[in-house]
Ligand binder design. Structure first.
Ligand SMILES: Cc1cc2nc3c(=O)[nH]c(=O)nc-3n(C[C@H](O)[C@H](O)[C@H](O)COP(=O)(O)O)c2cc1C
Length: 169
């Protein structure tokens, strides 16, 4: 039997959310006995969604909402028979500023996953209770790269999801 697979998928325009996705994948790879698929949403197949034991979704914050491409992806998930029920779900976001949408977007994605009957998991630390978020455009966090403190949160999220997938098997 092949090991359980975690689908890590994201939308990005300027690479910040992709950097977080890569850190999530690094966290998953710390857990033995699980595999992951890491790719942008546009390239994800229906089979990859259906076969995943966990789905970890990433979005940038656009006007305090998830990117429309992320909403479209979620809307494309099959619902009849609730085939995503009992899969683990987790989220990560990047937003330009503090408290101008990041947490709202996390909960928008979490709510959509809960409609599917998914089991929501946060990160390792209380600072990632709802998932991993990064600030990319305010104060000391302005810059081309996502800061290490946020990448660590993403890594912890990936690790916890990996561990939880093995636990609920
Ligand atoms: C059209 C648009 C709207 C945005 N609206 C918000 C916002 O409401 N709140 C926020 O925190 N950041 C906002 N941002 C900033 C992005 O969320 C931020 O730069 C993010 O890290 C970009 O991710 P990416 O590099 O993966 O594309 C907005 C960016 C764009 C392009």
């Amino acid at each position: 039997q092949s090991p359980p697979t975690i689908l890590i998928t994201y939308y990005t325009q300027s690479g910040k959310t992709q950097a977080m996705a890569e850190a999530v994948a690094a966290g998953v790879s710390e857990v033995k006995g699980v595999e992951y698929i890491l790719k942008p949403m546009a390239n994800v197949t229906k089979e990859e969604v259906l076969n995943a034991s966990a789905i970890i979704l990433g979005s940038p914050v656009y006007n305090a909402n998830m990117a429309p491409q992320v909403q479209e992806f979620i809307n494309s998930w099959p619902f009849e028979g609730r085939p995503l029920k009992d899969k683990i779900g987790a989220v990560f976001v990047t937003g330009g500023g503090f408290s101008i949408g990041e947490e709202a977007v996390m909960f928008n994605m979490i709510r959509a996953m809960m409609i599917q009957g998914m089991i929501i998991v946060g990160g390792e630390e209380v600072e990632t209770a709802f998932g991993a978020s990064a600030i990319t455009g305010e104060g000391e966090f302005v810059g081309k790269e996502v800061q290490e403190i946020f990448l660590k949160k993403a890594e912890g999220l990936g690790k916890r999801v990996g561990e939880m997938v093995l636990r609920v098997q």
